[in-house]
Design a protein around this ligand. Structure first.
Ligand code: ARG
Ligand code: ZN
Length: 861
């Protein structure tokens, strides 16, 4: 590693200091042009700490044109300028600064700050992108009143949007148009946004609970207007839901959502002007799957909910990111649960924790939900901060109950509306509203890692007494050696006893025990219902006991989870034996029963009938036996398809007719039908007709894509013809083409390398577009473990080359892609040395971004 690289600094939570200056108002004027945009920022600044004489404003990738201090133009000797900041000495307690900068939005392929793509100007300022627009105190605890004037050619950019209320629109003498916006709510600069372009619009009105009318406006790519109506309706449902469940109402007259195809992440909650990745707005039954519909509703909800948890109350510093993200994910999960199958929603959320988040905890990037040091903040928009953060909020909810939790929320807003606060402030509000001591609970914010909770049973036949001994232990992580016991809310039920309802036990120390008097020897505890704490559970249950839970437990999640335990056990046996492991009769009976008499929740039935994916199994091994896991999965699927051939077909036919709309029953029906199809496709005798028919007659993208996936998995010879047909049919729709790219890249055959090369030449592929890049490479690294982890290193080399190429274009996307290389220590020695070499190649590259460098250097440390 070069010396320059080694000296890159971390920012630390412990070094936090409050700002010495406040920016009372920020008036921005944008003269928009793709290659020469001039930004004039007029700032009214107040000194808060009179001992401080230097004002240091951050700025990156900016051309400074001029600075005026209290109306006087400064010369270059009056300030210090480098590639990260503008510094000046100030004598006054109140003064104005007018800063002019020049930007080149079209050259901004990092898509951070102001950028120009697809004939549209767009901003992304979170976390620290505003300093790519002008020199500023780019930190979330500096709240300012923003106004902005956008000036552009009205022919090319008929819509000029920014935060808040539109207060002026006029044509200038040179033919350009000026639109002026004012946001009445003070906000940190990361919530600033502007968008300029030409769009299809879709609008509607919403009546708030208190009777105010809000204009809802969606702006989407020309010709796509009809695909935004589901998102618009989702927004109304989210607004209503937040009023009913949290008592929170929207606070501006207008709520705008813009969908763009060039976007680094899912969406952004800018005040009054959300910007979305088009993939999370544009859906129709013909072009989007049920999963896509689900994501749209949940992300529309997420960004809307941020208006209170994020915007009205924001973060003091970026280490507190989970304050808004964990809480808002919790809120969007609760919303989604109310909109569809509650059990399957919980299952999906838990899968994210058990695969991606547990993997992150076990990786060199392990961090607590409130990280303590950061090199590049964009690297910390993680499953830990977001999803584990939401689990921590969920535990508070479990501990305090709905009423106590809502009392805490009310106190939180009462104390902190309009402020930038910390995670501790949030917990304190919960604590004070409930008179509960949450001191020990706060460890969840500072401790990284995944606790292992083990459960042992002993039964005393004479006393008819069952004792559960619980132990928790968190193994060390890359960032922390010592771990303390955590507060674990454990929901449980005792099967086969009179006390059959669900109960809560709160574990606060390393060891605890629970006794049940007067119970039969057959009483069976179901522990960790609904995944009431984010831990790995260890137990010694037999297959028979687990299958009993899977059939009898009243908690749907627990039923599914018991089966997950079975699968893991069987897979471990298969891997240990190194040959086929015969699945037990009990499983076939259980499945036979489900296929002939599905549960009322069809989506849950489909989940129960699933062999877990590679990622689920892999997470339980170290080292990860890649090939043995893949072989065992193939073998399990084969056994199920053959033994239950008639039952799969029967159930498939029962569910064949579905109505296309996205409604819970239709979604469940499709999920179950397509699960059956997956197994039918493994049977040579019936795959042809069934697959071809479903592909040709599909009335939804869900069904069409399921047919393609099943054809690929089943090795159906006609697969390539279907893919060609699909690719031609959807040429015009990049969001559907992304699915097609992804399917190609997940082809488990060595031919995938040539295919990926061809995809990157496809005329709809672009290295500048994160959606296209992710469609190909996310699928390759995450959904194609066999080829990605090849023992000749070809998969790793392809990813390394891609990261290098992308880092020069878009470091944020490059750094997300690099993740699968980091966990090199979890593989066998051959793969370890290949992965290490790949990481070293990245670390040694001159000019590698902080984003990629932070991750790679941690992995090699
Ligand atoms: N706040 C946005 C959201 O969760 C995401 C912003 C992500 N920013 C980033 N630099 N990765 O809705
Ligand atoms: Zn968010």
């Amino acid at each position: 590693m070069s010396a320059e690289a080694l000296s890159r600094p971390f920012k630390r939570l412990a070094d936090y200091l409050p700002p010495a200056f406040s920016i009372e108002s920020t008036d921005l004027t944008f003269e928009l042009d793709p290659v020469n945009t001039v930004v004039t920022a007029e700032l009214q600044i107040r000194r808060l700490d009179s001992k401080v004489v230097e004002l240091c404003l951050q700025g990156q990738q900016l051309e400074l044109l001029s600075v005026q201090y209290k109306g006087h133009l400064l010369s270059a000797d009056d300030y210090q300028l480098d590639d990260k900041s503008l510094r000046l000495t100030v004598q006054d307690d109140r003064f104005s600064l007018v800063i002019k900068t020049r930007l080149q939005p079209q050259a901004n392929t990092a898509l951070e700050g102001l950028y120009y793509a697809n004939n549209t100007f767009c901003t992304q300022c979170e976390a620290e992108g505003f300093q790519r627009i002008t020199y500023y105190l780019d930190r979330p605890d500096v709240l300012s009143l923003f106004s902005s004037s956008l000036i552009a050619d009205p022919q090319q950019y008929p819509f000029l949007l920014s935060n808040g209320n539109k207060v002026e629109q006029r044509e200038l003498t040179d033919g350009r148009r000026l639109v002026r916006w004012q946001d009445p709510f003070p906000k940190p600069c990361y919530l600033f946004a502007l968008v300029a372009g030409d769009f299809d619009t879709l609008s509607s009105e919403y009546q708030t609970a208190s009777g105010r009318t809000v204009q809802l406006e969606f702006y989407v790519e020309k010709g796509q207007g009809s695909k935004a109506s589901f998102a618009l309706e989702s927004l109304k449902r989210a607004m209503r839901w937040d009023e009913e469940r949290f008592g929170l109402e929207y606070d501006l007259e207008r709520y705008m959502v813009v969908a763009v195809d060039f976007f680094n992440m899912g969406a952004m909650e800018n005040k009054g002007l959300n910007v979305f990745n088009s993939k999370y707005v544009l859906v129709s039954e013909a072009s989007a799957t049920d999963k896509d519909f689900f994501n749209v509703e949940s992300i529309i909800g997420h960004e809307y909910f941020h208006n209170w948890t994020g915007n009205r109350v924001t973060c003091r510093d970026w280490f507190q990111l989970s304050l808004k993200e964990g809480l808002t994910v919790f809120r969007d999960q609760e919303f989604s649960r109310d909109m569809g199958s509650a059990t399957v929603n919980r299952i999906d959320a838990v899968q994210v924790i058990r695969t991606a988040q547990f993997a992150e905890d076990a990786s060199p990037m392990a961090h607590p939900i409130r990280p303590e040091q950061v090199m590049e903040m964009n690297n910390f928009y993680t499953v830990t901060v977001y999803d584990k953060g939401a689990e921590v909020i969920r535990m508070l909810h479990t501990l305090l109950g709905e009423a106590g939790f809502q009392a805490g929320m009310r106190l939180y807003f009462q104390r902190h509306d309009g402020q930038a606060v910390t995670c501790d402030d949030f917990v304190q509000a919960m604590q004070d509203a409930n008179q509960q001591d949450l001191t020990a609970f706060r460890r969840w914010y500072q401790q990284s890692g995944t606790p292992v909770l083990s459960v042992k049973r002993s039964y005393d036949a004479d006393r008819r007494q069952l004792t559960l001994t619980l132990q928790q232990k968190t193994p060390p992580t890359a960032d922390q050696a010592q771990k303390q016991p955590l507060v674990l809310p454990i929901r449980y039920q005792l099967l086969g006893s009179k006390r059959s309802s669900s109960e809560l036990f709160v574990m606060t120390s390393a060891q605890a025990s629970l006794t049940f008097d007067n119970v039969e020897a057959t009483a069976l505890p179901v522990v960790l219902e609904d995944f009431s704490a984010p831990v790995r559970l260890q137990h010694d249950y037999s297959d028979a006991e687990l299958l009993r839970i899977a059939t009898e437990a009243s908690n749907g999640f627990a039923r599914w989870d018991a089966l997950q335990s079975c699968w893991l056990g069987w897979l471990q046996q298969a891997v240990a034996k190194g040959e086929s492991y015969e699945l037990p009769e009990g499983l076939f009976d259980f499945y036979q029963q489900l296929l002939h008499q599905p549960l009322t929740d069809l989506a849950l039935t489909a989940e129960l009938l699933k062999v877990p994916d590679y990622a689920v199994f892999a997470e339980n091994f170290s080292p990860i036996p890649v090939d043995a896991i893949l072989d065992a999965i193939t073998d399990f699927r084969r056994q199920l398809s053959q033994r239950l051939a008639g039952a799969w077909l029967h159930c498939y036919q029962q569910q064949r007719q579905t109505t296309p709309d996205y409604h819970e029953t239709n979604v469940g029906q499709r999920a179950l039908k397509n699960r059956c199809l997956e197994f039918l496709a493994l049977l040579p005798e019936c795959n042809k007709t069934v697959l071809e028919q479903q592909y040709r007659n599909a009335n939804t993208m869900t069904d069409q894509l399921a047919a393609l996936k099943a054809a690929q998995q089943g090795g159906y010879p006609g697969f390539h013809t279907l893919m060609e047909d699909f690719g031609k049919a959807w040429q015009h729709d990049v969001l559907v083409l992304d699915k097609w790219f992804g399917l190609h890249a997940s082809n488990p055959d060595p031919a995938v390398f040539a295919q990926i090369e061809a995809l990157c030449q496809h005329d709809k592929f672009s290295w500048q577009n994160p959606n296209r890049v992710r469609a190909v490479f996310h699928a390759f690294t995450m959904l194609n473990p066999g080829q990605f982890h090849r023992l000749d290193g070809r998969g790793y080399a392809l990813l390394t080359d891609t990261v290098i190429q992308l880092d020069g274009i878009n470091p944020q996307v490059a750094a997300r892609l690099v993740t699968p290389l980091l966990s090199w220590k979890r593989f066998d020695t051959e793969r370890q040395s290949l992965l290490r070499a790949a990481l070293e190649r990245l670390a040694d590259r001159a000019g590698i971004s902080d984003d990629v460098f932070e991750k790679v250097s941690k992995a090699l440390a």
